[in-house]
Design a protein around this ligand. Sequence first.
Ligand SMILES: Cc1cc2nc3c(=O)[nH]c(=O)nc-3n(C[C@H](O)[C@H](O)[C@H](O)COP(=O)(O)O)c2cc1C
Length: 197
Amino acid sequence: MDIYRAMENRHSNYSIGGGSLMSDTEIENILKRVINSAPSAFNSQSSRTILLLGESHIAFWKIVMDTLRRKVPADKFQTTKMKIDSFAVGYGTVLYYEDMDIVKNMQEKFPSYSDNFPVWSQQSSGMLQFAVWIAFASEGFGASLQHYNPIIDEETAEKFDVPKNWKLIAQMPFGESTGTPKIAVHDPIEEHFFVKY
Ligand SMILES: Cc1cc2nc3c(=O)[nH]c(=O)nc-3n(C[C@H](O)[C@H](O)[C@H](O)COP(=O)(O)O)c2cc1C
């Protein structure tokens, strides 16, 4: 698939299943290639990515479920539960972290850019997330981007031995696509893109 087709083929896909499209090693290799090709400010390489498969994937969504059960009013919880279940039935989850020690070191090393590094760290993570999302979509996986952080951070870190200096940025449940994703409507391109001579 060419790069444009691959990008156009990426959607928020909430209909995912637990069947495998390839071996776990192949999924790992996709992530390794994408991580190794993603840019970062000053090549700081602050991203940290955890691939949750099998029991870890299930355990993660149980943490999300239990956390939200304590926060969401009982009469509204059924909707929340259905949503979380729809991620848990997928094949795996990618957790996107940023190593805040690296961000801090960069701030100390380049004080004149101090305020920029936390912003660039977020931007770098976004680029990585987008690249993984495109790679997954081009391989036939459905995926979506979720943000249950920060309320799940502590328990998740404890469960998966995540270093204290890693900040959870996003979660990407993925799996075989079991439905056609809704195509997001985009405003006219003229509102977003301008050419000046
Ligand atoms: C920074 C960012 C945060 C997002 N957060 C969430 C989220 O927490 N939950 C979710 O279901 N989708 C989330 N999305 C997905 C958007 O809702 C989605 O990309 C948008 O509606 C366009 O649809 P598409 O992904 O199918 O193109 C997020 C997207 C971005 C770029």
